[in-house]
Design a protein around this ligand. Sequence first.
Ligand SMILES: Nc1ncnc2c1ncn2[C@@H]1O[C@H](COP(=O)(O)OP(=O)(O)O)[C@@H](O)[C@H]1O
Ligand SMILES: [Mg+2]
Length: 486
Amino acid sequence: MTAYPPVARRALVSLARDSLVLAERAARRPMDHVRWTPPQRAFLESRSPFKLLRTGNQFGKTWAGACELIARCTGHHSYKPVRPPPIEAWVICKSWSQSIAIQQKVWRLLPRDEIVPETSFSAKNGFAGVQKAVVFRNGSVVRFKTVGQDTLDLESATIHYVWIDEPLGDEHTFGALQMRLRRTGGDIAITMTPATTGDLRWLRKLVDEGMVEDLHFRMEAANFVPVGATEPLRTEDGTPMDALWVEEQLAKTLPWQRGVRCHGEWEFSNATRALESFSRERHVVHGVHASGLLPARVELALGIDYGEDALRTCGVEVYVDTAGQHPRIFVVGEYAPQQGTTVDMDADGILEMLAGNGDRWSDLDAAWADKRYEGRTTRKNARLFHDAIARRLKVTGELRPQLRVAKRGLRRDHFWSSIRWLHEAMIRPGHFHVDASCAWTIEALEKWQGGEAEIYKDIIDALRYALRAYWGGRADQQGRVVRRRF
Ligand SMILES: Nc1ncnc2c1ncn2[C@@H]1O[C@H](COP(=O)(O)OP(=O)(O)O)[C@@H](O)[C@H]1O
Ligand SMILES: [Mg+2]
């Protein structure tokens, strides 16, 4: 052990004690140790009875909302005077899972010495008790309500503060809450990114009429640096949210979603192209096979989407180079018949497409198809396709590889995430190629506006399906038979 002179030892002991006290205080009162960013500060400083913090994702909206909530319950707010406690505060969420995520953030920021000791939180069930409540020593109470699940018994409730995290598409609930608050002279705060399927015109109208203070911040590096600090916030994996990160977020987001998801704008823009990053000059290759771009080993995959009319049943063949960090994609074949087809015609067409690249069914590593199509005169599904192809190849039993249903085992929101994945491949130099022979695919990538009913949607789906193992995540790749070409 090092021998310190008595004075130094005392100084060290006292230093250690001080830092222990500080750490303990931080654990008891986590909120006091957060340094807030300009958007968060603007929200916390706002004295409007009705305010809205409107930004893109990851700006720390929920944290700011949680801090405001807690400060109002305790009665000490660092930035303004608040109503003397006790108060009744409600947190309104859209879904139970969202509610749990918010409760978790509130729990992290709660001052441990100001809540009743019986308060307990579990990551699975949220705050304990039927009421899902946080009770403060001073008598303030926070209740978490989920629209549509909890009866918002507004008639009998006395509420002083309401926090809505992420938009309520529902004007009605909002009106009722507002009426209730009017009786107590209570306040309301909304923190959100306006990405919702609901209609937000009512809220916009309130903003335009000046009824709501609209604190709107765009995705700019300065908005991620806490006031008084020099370093920006970091993401959960430790990446600094600096100018480079901001640029990357903007590039990664689909152009027409950028306004809303990054900048907190009210509406998705009317970009006429869903995949604006696709360009003939950068992505189309005349003769992929002879181009020298293909590595010695690629994985082969096929995607099939069905419909009844011309151009609604489509097949796409892709080669994927998986040697690097991100898959490099080569679209080498398409089947896009110009007239209505039967399953038998489709089976012929798809095998012909493979043959055009010198490939047989057995060369494929994976084959993915749509679930089913029930039309006026035609029925198409993976089983019928499988059987039609198997008959042609004189295979009895299962084909190898099997024809698998692309949607099986996916979360519901896979659609836009897979489109975003394509977009990311397109902006990564050298990672997305389409052979010039795939004229319909090229036209679709250029012209598809993102709509379900557009004629271009089916070949886009076939392409997504072909690449299913790559954007579908790890779990979905299990059981994939990986055989390679050459
Ligand atoms: N001022 C801050 N200082 C440090 N970390 C913060 C701050 N604000 C937010 N965070 C971190 O960023 C993460 C995302 O914040 P959150 O409030 O969930 O963002 P949003 O609701 O805007 O998507 C939080 O889990 C938290 O760890
Ligand atoms: Mg949030």
